[in-house]
Design a protein around this ligand. Structure first.
Ligand SMILES: [Zn+2]
Length: 468
């Protein structure tokens, strides 16, 4: 005999509808229906009454999120609700995510949803979820129009996270934080690096909005924002003067934009060659050495002459090559799977736990994607999105820390995780840091002779073999 279907009972009080059944009535009727339909109610999900009233209706449905999770996890086979409108948008969270969750769990959409009137047909579910998607699209179009108008009116952009320097609504400055922003701006304008500010603040225990450590990226994004100069930006363009108190002047803002613009790699005073001894000549196997040509052009070359053992027949321009290697290394390090593979390599093969750590990372990433989908579809509100995303991020960091702790080398643990942060760290921290990363990631780069007389940088000449 087949096992009975496991049902989740879902109940919610309608605020906007007169004469809607009370929660008790709904729950009783659903329990009776469960008996008739021969399903076992394994969980009862009852939305707490909304306190935010009409304006926020349908926004916050924490239990509905739980319902979706149970379906995806395969812990329930069907949903039982009092009437179909308990599950609709326009006051309810929506059918589309429900259908998606059943599909993701590989469930039959027939006999997936029941009301006290019986099973809801696949046809009706299809129609309802199509209507839902349509409404969701209209809502997001309206939201975009509202955002643009608010921007033109100079209203602050209130995001999920408070902007550092102000209270959440941006009606008041937070003096300590405003002072930090001003301090950072002035230090950058007198030639200090964002990296050193970041290090100082973390050492001093200066608190961030999230409670996590400061990163170069975070500080950069604060310092280059129009917000701190009282300018309202929309989609990266200043559209109005903001209706909040600025922390720095517009002149300081302009100067910061210039100071923090991505730098073209220009030779600094006393610059050395980060790739020296990390490259081999493709003809003779000799070490490629630095060579300053007349006119100041920097080159790596296989050199012959007194005390030099090369063949003298291979050379390559330094700046483009260094930029190429930088992008390669930062790209490799920004990829969690590569980081994990490196970790495994450092540890050797005896440790079989790394495979599962890798799996965990992938799995966490998938969950993060699903959560983002839920949020962008409007099925969970911003607060619960943030809470759950923070939880997932913490999990990811935990796993990454475990991976890093297995490496034996400390190189991985101390480098940031995103491409932009990596590039910033690369430029800020200089040649020793660069060489350490290159050595950790790559076997010596083999440079073959130029294939044509063209001056253009030709990455096809390089043989690059990752260590992982
Ligand atoms: Zn050579």
């Amino acid at each position: 005999m087949a096992a009975r279907r496991r049902a989740a009972l879902y109940a919610r009080q309608s605020i906007t509808r007169e004469g809607s059944a009370s929660l008790d009535v709904q729950i009783e009727a659903c329990r009776d229906a469960a008996k008739r339909l021969k399903v076992d109610v394994v969980v009862e999900l009852v939305e707490p009454p909304s306190t935010s009233g009409y304006r926020n209706r349908g926004r916050s449905r924490p239990k509905f999120g739980e319902l979706l999770e149970l379906i995806r996890a395969g812990e329930v086979d069907c949903v039982l609700a009092y009437k179909t409108d308990r599950l609709s948008r326009g006051g309810g969270p929506g059918w589309a995510p429900l259908v998606d969750a059943f599909e993701a769990a590989g469930r039959d959409p027939d006999k997936a949803v029941a009301t006290t009137d019986g099973w809801v047909s696949e046809f009706e579910i299809g129609i309802r979820s199509a209507m839902d998607r349509e409404e969701s699209k209209k809502t997001s179009d309206r939201m975009l129009a509202v955002r643009a108008r608010e921007a033109r009116e100079g209203k602050p952009r209130i995001a999920g996270r408070r902007a550092y320097g102000w209270n959440y609504e941006m009606t008041e400055l937070i003096p300590e934080e405003a002072a930090r922003i001003l301090e950072a701006a002035e230090r950058v304008l007198t030639g200090e690096s964002v990296w050193s500010i970041c290090t100082d603040w973390n050492t001093q225990g200066v608190a961030t909005v999230t409670g996590r450590p400061w990163t170069v990226t975070t500080i950069m994004s604060i310092l280059t924002s129009g917000r701190i100069a009282g300018l309202r930006e929309h989609k990266g363009v200043v559209v109005a003067k903001g209706k909040w108190e600025p922390i720095i002047t517009e002149e300081q803002h302009q100067a910061l934009i210039v100071a923090l613009a991505p730098k073209r790699a220009k030779p600094r005073k006393g610059r050395t060659y980060p790739l020296t001894s990390l490259m081999r000549c493709g003809l003779c196997g000799g070490r490629m050495r630095s060579l300053q040509r007349e006119g100041g052009r920097r080159t790596y070359a296989c050199r012959k002459g007194p005390g030099l053992d090369g063949c003298g027949r291979v050379s390559i321009r330094a700046p483009q090559l260094e930029e190429y290697v930088r992008d390669l290394i930062c790209g490799m390090l920004a990829d969690p799977v590569t980081r994990a593979a490196m970790a495994r390599l450092d540890k050797g093969d005896e440790d079989e736990g790394d495979g599962s750590l890798l799996e965990s990372l992938r799995e966490i990433d998938e969950r993060r994607q699903r959560l983002i989908d839920l949020y962008t579809d409007g099925d969970i509100d911003r607060a619960s999105f943030r809470t759950r995303k923070d939880r997932i991020d913490d999990e990811a960091r935990e796993v990454e820390a475990q991976i890093a702790s297995r490496t034996g080398t400390r190189v991985l643990a101390e480098v940031p995780g995103t491409y932009e942060e990596l590039v910033a760290a690369w430029e800020e921290r200089g040649i020793d840091f660069q060489r350490r990363l290159i050595e950790a990631l790559l076997h010596p780069i083999i440079v073959n002779p130029a294939r044509s007389r063209k001056r253009a940088f030709d990455p096809g000449r390089l043989e690059i073999v990752p260590k992982a």
